[in-house]
Design a protein around this ligand. Structure first.
Ligand SMILES: [Zn+2]
Length: 383
């Protein structure tokens, strides 16, 4: 959640219910919000003019500078309007307000990460008669669940992994002439003609067919789209991206359960870098029952002691960014540079991949011993 600098705490209070429901972090720094994103996170912000004069229009700024980031601007010109808009979402259990559309696609895997976008890599796909990648590749580790994006009827179950680029795959027909294709499965869990509901498990993920590593290839088609010239793809293929409902992190949480139990997420805040915690801020932290606080390396020990005396159980998090390529991280976080920051280093799984040279390390200064969890999951993609 990215909030205006001006009247920051008023905006923070305005979204407190939403923040606690979805366990979000808050910041007033657009660069920070954009730079330290976990893949698949979404930046929600009240879309008001001049909230961040250096960036100007935030939607344009994010799109120009951080095109991979998913943004969720909320039209609200005051903290009260912001509260009202978010309350509507909370009442509908519709985190990003996306389900009010007539047709949408639920996230089909447990992993909120796109590994290859629609239209990417035309140099590869023109050979196959496509202007670019003809769907979305979405992270899915081997044998994890694949879910139907919408209600529908299964119209094809392909069980031969060798004779099709999608390998073992399932096709589902939905309302409004939409069809979805789920490629590279380990096995289908539905049969031809079966009715499925949105979110129902339809198969297990893998890397069958033309695939570099386990992932889901999702294609969307709409009957007649190619003939009507609504798409420059053959076979009625259209871009699913605008219809995707970004996953709320509840499924992701179960996976990222390295430090605390599945389903338990801490309510956290970012503290502004470069300034020390004031008494007033500590008072707000106490009154809003904040469970975790991200602080800068330079935070004074007096302020930390004062905070800990008021909220003894709070989890303090320091984020470092360092080059870990070629470094090995032991089960206690005993990588040389990190040892001075232990007692415990908690590394957010999902940040680390075999191809990353930079990673973010979270170091709880206080809290239960977590150990280090490193998940290396290469980003699979088609072909
Ligand atoms: Zn693909």
């Amino acid at each position: 959640m990215l909030l205006p600098r001006e009247r920051y705490w008023a905006w923070a209070r305005a979204c407190s219910q939403y923040v606690q429901t979805y366990a979000l972090n808050l910041t007033s720094d657009p660069v920070g919000a954009a730079s330290y994103m976990s893949p698949g996170q979404v930046v929600t912000f009240p879309n008001i003019p001049d909230a961040h004069p250096e960036q100007g229009d935030l939607v344009e700024w994010f799109e120009a500078n951080y095109p991979g980031i998913r943004i969720d601007p909320v039209l609200a010109d005051s903290p009260q309007a912001f509260t009202d808009k978010l309350q509507t979402r909370l009442d509908a259990q519709d985190r990003y307000g996306q389900r009010q559309r007539p047709f949408y696609l639920l996230w089909p895997t447990n992993y909120p990460v796109i590994t290859q976008k629609f239209g990417a890599n035309p140099q590869i796909y023109t050979r196959f008669g496509m202007p670019g990648h003809e769907g979305l590749d979405i992270r899915a580790l081997p044998y994890t669940d694949i879910y139907s994006c919408a209600d529908g009827v299964v119209y094809e179950v392909h069980t031969n992994s060798k004779d099709h680029a999608y390998g073992i795959h399932v096709r589902i027909r939905h309302q409004f002439g939409y069809r979805t294709v789920y490629g590279h499965l380990a096995k289908p869990l539905v049969r031809l003609g079966q009715q499925v509901a949105e979110g129902e498990v339809i198969g297990k993920a893998d890397s069958s067919g033309a695939s570099t590593a386990s992932h889901l290839h999702l294609s969307l088609k709409q009957d007649g789209a190619t003939a009507r010239k609504e798409t420059n793809y053959p076979k009625d293929i259209i871009d699913p991206t605008p219809l995707m409902v970004w996953p709320d992190s509840s499924r992701a949480k179960q996976l990222h359960s390295g430090a605390w139990p599945a389903g338990k997420c801490l309510v956290g805040l970012h503290h502004e870098a470069g300034s020390s915690l004031t008494d007033e801020e500590i008072h707000v932290l106490v009154s809003t029952r904040i469970e975790a606080l991200k602080i800068g390396l330079a935070e004074s020990s007096d302020a930390i002691a004062s905070l800990l005396s008021r909220i003894p159980g709070i989890l303090l998090v320091i984020r470092l960014t360092m080059d870990l390529s070629g470094d090995s991280v032991g089960p206690r976080g005993d990588s040389s540079d990190m040892s001075r920051l232990t007692p415990v280093v908690f590394m957010m799984p999902g940040f680390v991949s075999s191809r990353c040279t930079q990673t973010q390390i979270f170091s709880p200064v206080v809290g239960e011993e977590a150990g280090v969890m490193v998940q290396v999951s290469p980003n699979g993609s088609c072909r």
